[in-house]
Design a binder for this molecule. Structure first.
Ligand SMILES: *Cc1c(COP(=O)(O)O)cnc(C)c1O
Length: 502
């Protein structure tokens, strides 16, 4: 890049025109592009040797950045160097094979390249005519995913940024579908109280949607889950009955396939039966586990989903597509359309055009379908199934080691690729054991070899080992288990957690 000089200059020629208008030249782009690809390739090759979580302190990265935006054009070489100096040292490496916290998200190579190409075209797919291929490829990819997951053929699907947005749209449609309410025109004031039901293990996005839709947290019902963390249908039926008796109107039930803490699966067939009987919208949140529907060996977890009115899952979670890409499906696109369609004069199009902006909140829509297309084609369904299935095998094996060890206990069943465990120390009290589990996860993370997070189950601290990174393998999992054992034993003999409360 330096050989060609600074790409942009503020100076003007004699007739007053900018000397170098427009973007980089094609050659400047090539040079910078090749250097960037080289940087990415090397990063992906070596990321597994870096600590998963950086050791920086709050504010440290910000302090490295200049206080003001540069006035003069900077050399791309220097811009690229700051990836090593500033960005990498402050990065939590989600694309690391030792990333076992939360739910892993991986961007695979074809997905990374497709993101670049999507940015090169940079279409806005708000209307069909603002980029026909953006809309048509998106609808086709959603049809492919639906077919691969054995979901009903008549579902209409499109892409969103997050599952949280999917659940919001689902509940907005559910609210719109209630006869005689007409929230779109009249709002909610003066109407009956609406209720939304989900298990006490459901994701926070359900309650957030309830807040945003104006139903109020008073309208949210956290239904008790059983000893396997699945929603109790009997409790759901009771809650609905109770609310109807009080003059409230049940709006929607959200069932989860793969809850966030333990990946438990709600009994969707029983829940669906209640929803049909009571004429209540059923939304299924399969944000993480939805990718496992590609495996016929895991299909039994998705029984009953065919009765859902809407369904959401995240290819950006476990299908190796870079964030963000959420697949949203509904049996009732007409209701969603009724809830959200507004056509101003400046956006009018031909009758019969399918304009995806009419089905939700956002107007502008990025070209997300390309990365799905490339990932699906580059791996093939077979390649994706193999990788997801391997992750499930790794989890089963890891759970086996935990189950056999005297140092640990399994805290929940393992239906997919996530293992919840508790370390045990005979003689320590509950509070102390909880603190030690927290400390244990932190100590494993401090080794840099893996990142483990914790959750609470029935008030007790639990360590989650969530396998989902495309690079995670058996050797890494064995190493993580050995580190857990070693750190467990060191915690047993240290006074690491003074606990004034007990
Ligand atoms: C991750 C997750 C979500 C939220 O996903 P976003 O795409 O980040 O909004 C919702 N529900 C479940 C069950 C999840 O695991």
């Amino acid at each position: 890049m330096t050989s060609q000089g600074t790409p942009f200059r503020a100076s003007r020629s004699a007739d007053g025109r900018p000397e170098a208008p427009g973007d980089w030249t094609a050659d400047q782009f090539r040079d910078a592009g090749h250097a960037t690809i080289e940087w990415i390739a090397q990063y992906l090759e070596t990321v597994g040797d870096s600590p998963v979580v950086p050791s920086c302190r709050p504010g440290e990265i910000e302090a490295k950045l200049p206080s003001f935006a540069p006035e003069q054009s900077e050399d791309f070489e220097r811009i690229l160097q700051d990836l090593d100096k500033i960005v990498e040292p402050g990065m939590t490496h989600w694309n690391h094979p030792g990333f076992l916290a939360y739910f892993g998200i991986t961007s695979s190579s074809p997905g990374i390249l497709a993101e670049m190409v999507a940015a090169a075209f940079n279409p806005n797919g708000m209307l069909w005519k603002t980029s026909p291929v953006a809309t048509e490829l998106e609808l086709k990819m959603l049809a492919w995913l639906r077919e691969l997951s054995a979901l009903p053929e008549d579902w209409f699907g499109f892409l969103l940024d997050t599952a949280s947005m999917g659940t919001f749209l689902a509940l907005a449609a559910a609210r719109e579908s209630i006869p005689g309410l007409n929230v779109r025109e009249r709002g909610l004031a003066g109407g009956p109280g609406l209720c939304v039901y989900a298990s006490d293990q459901a994701h926070l996005s359900v309650e957030k949607a309830v807040i945003a839709l104006g139903l109020g947290r008073d309208g949210f019902r956290a239904i008790e889950s059983d000893d396997q963390f699945k929603m109790r249908p009997d409790r759901l039926a009771e809650a609905i009955k109770h609310d109807r008796r009080d003059g409230r109107v049940p709006c929607a039930v959200v069932g989860t396939v793969g809850t966030t803490s333990t990946t438990s699966v709600d009994p969707i067939p029983e829940i669906a039966k209640i929803c049909v009987r009571e004429s209540i919208w059923l939304h299924v949140d399969a944000a993480y586990a939805g990718s496992a529907a590609l495996l016929s060996s895991k299909r039994h977890h998705f029984l009953g989903c065919e009765q859902a009115d809407s369904y959401v899952f995240n290819p950006h979670k476990w299908l190796f597509v870079p964030i963000d890409a959420t697949a949203f499906y509904t049996k009732h696109p007409d209701v969603l359309h009724r809830a959200f369609c507004l056509v101003p004069d400046y956006l009018r199009s031909e009758d019969g055009d399918l304009n995806l902006m009419d089905y939700g909140l956002q107007m502008g829509r990025r070209f997300r379908a390309l990365k799905l297309w490339w990932v699906l084609r580059a791996f093939g369904a077979e390649g994706l199934r193999e990788r997801i299935s391997y992750h499930c095998e790794l989890a089963t094996q890891f759970a086996g080691w935990i189950g056999k060890s005297e140092r640990f206990e399994l805290a929940a069943p393992v239906p997919f690729s996530t293992v919840c465990l508790q370390a045990v120390w005979p003689g320590k009290g509950e509070r102390e054991v909880d603190d030690c589990n927290e400390e244990l996860a932190a100590r494993v993370t401090k080794t840099g070899r893996a990142f483990l997070a914790t959750t609470k189950l029935r008030g007790r601290t639990v360590i989650r080992v969530a396998i989902g990174n495309i690079g995670t393998d058996g050797a890494r999992m064995k190493e993580v288990f050995e580190i857990l054992e070693r750190e467990h034993d060191q915690l047993a003999c240290s006074e690491a957690t003074p606990n004034p409360g007990t």
